[in-house]
Design a protein around this ligand. Structure first.
Ligand code: HEC
Ligand code: HEC
Length: 277
């Protein structure tokens, strides 16, 4: 009688099992978003509560009671750091904490993760820098750090960017006229004909948008982000289309950035992070 599993059959069976386990049929828990972020276990106690608070602030920055006074537009961190920073490509927070402290050519200093997060309030959020050590600062930093759980530290000596940052495009210039048509066809139904935003997307130019000191106010930076982030859930733009649209979006007016207007008042740049006794 033939054995039920000769070597050949056994190999086929193993291949089948492997294809099932490692093939395209992955359970939701294996999706990159889940395994790299959202399904992560919260630390116990007060630390876990703070991580959770940080996520709430990142998702609702312009409206949250702890952060709204520091925000000068209608954006939230998650407007650009999609899915509260757990999107693997669109200005991802995954792995970001491993890059800090990092050298920042803009500040000409080595900066911490907390510095980097707070600086986004001055530019992308067109607001004021919250005090170092304040609850909002520590909560956001705790949340972003938690998203790097188990990843090795590799402090970045060149720029304040993590391992999954948006890769720059090869070209750098776009055509505003072509961009206008592309914007009207691909973006206006969510962001409005005049960039004013709608229920389906935040403003992309004007007073309620990021200011001209923000990363996205530079055409190549906006284009590289658009390519991996927009149109939301349907990222099909070519590099040239992304550049054309970016040139058009950034040809409109937005708040002017003057560092002095965005720094905290004298003596309010930091607080003692303790109970005061
Ligand atoms: C208008 C868009 C926008 C908004 C709003 C915004 N950011 Fe950013 N932020 C960016 C972009 C673009 C980068 C560069 C990311 C890249 O190149 O991958 C960045 C970078 C960062 C980094 C460094 C990432 C790294 O790879 O090291 C941190 C931390 C950060 N932002 C935190 C925040 C926080 C916290 C908020 C909310 C208070 C916020 N950002 C709001 C666009 C924005
Ligand atoms: C289906 C609706 C939709 C479409 C289409 C769309 N977006 Fe967005 N966009 C959004 C939403 C929603 C956000 C904020 C993400 C969040 O909060 O989760 C966003 C965020 C943005 C941001 C960063 C935040 C801000 O408002 O400055 C920019 C810039 C942007 N989109 C530009 C574009 C451009 C350019 C296009 C066309 C190529 C486009 N979007 C197409 C819905 C859309």
């Amino acid at each position: 009688m033939e054995p039920m599993f000769d070597n050949k059959r056994l190999l086929w069976l193993l291949a089948l099992v492997a294809a099932f386990l490692f093939g395209p049929y992955r359970s939701p828990a294996d999706e990159p978003n889940a395994s790299q972020g959202t399904e992560r276990k919260l630390p116990p106690g007060e630390l876990g509560r703070l991580v959770q608070l940080g996520r709430e602030i990142v998702e609702n920055t312009h409206d949250h009671p702890l952060s709204k006074e520091f925000v000068g537009n209608s954006l939230d961190c998650t407007s650009c750091h999609l899915d509260a920073g757990t999107h693997p490509e669109a200005a991802s927070f995954l792995g970001v904490a491993t890059a800090y402290p990092a050298w920042s050519p803009r500040e000409k200093r080595v900066i911490t993760l907390q510095d980097r997060a707070l600086n986004c309030f001055m530019r992308s959020q067109n607001g004021t820098r919250p005090p170092v050590g304040s609850q909002v600062a520590v909560a956001i930093t705790a949340y972003i750090t938690w998203l790097s759980t188990d990843q090795p530290i590799r402090m970045n000596p060149d720029k304040p960017l993590g391992p999954n940052h948006v890769p720059p495009l090869e070209q750098t210039t776009g055509d505003i006229d072509r961009g206008k048509t592309l914007y009207e066809d691909n973006c206006a139904y969510c962001h409005g004909d005049n960039g004013e935003g709608s229920d389906d997307g935040p403003p992309v130019w004007g007073d309620e948008s990021y200011n001209d000191g923000a990363g996205l106010s530079r055409v190549p930076k906006l284009a590289s982000w658009l390519k991996v982030a927009m149109p939301l859930d349907d990222t099909t733009l070519t590099s040239q289309e992304a550049l054309d649209i970016a040139a058009y979006v950034n040809s409109h007016s937005r708040p002017k950035f003057r560092l002095q207007d965005h720094l905290p008042e004298e003596g309010k740049a930091g607080v003692y992070n303790g109970d005061g006794r």
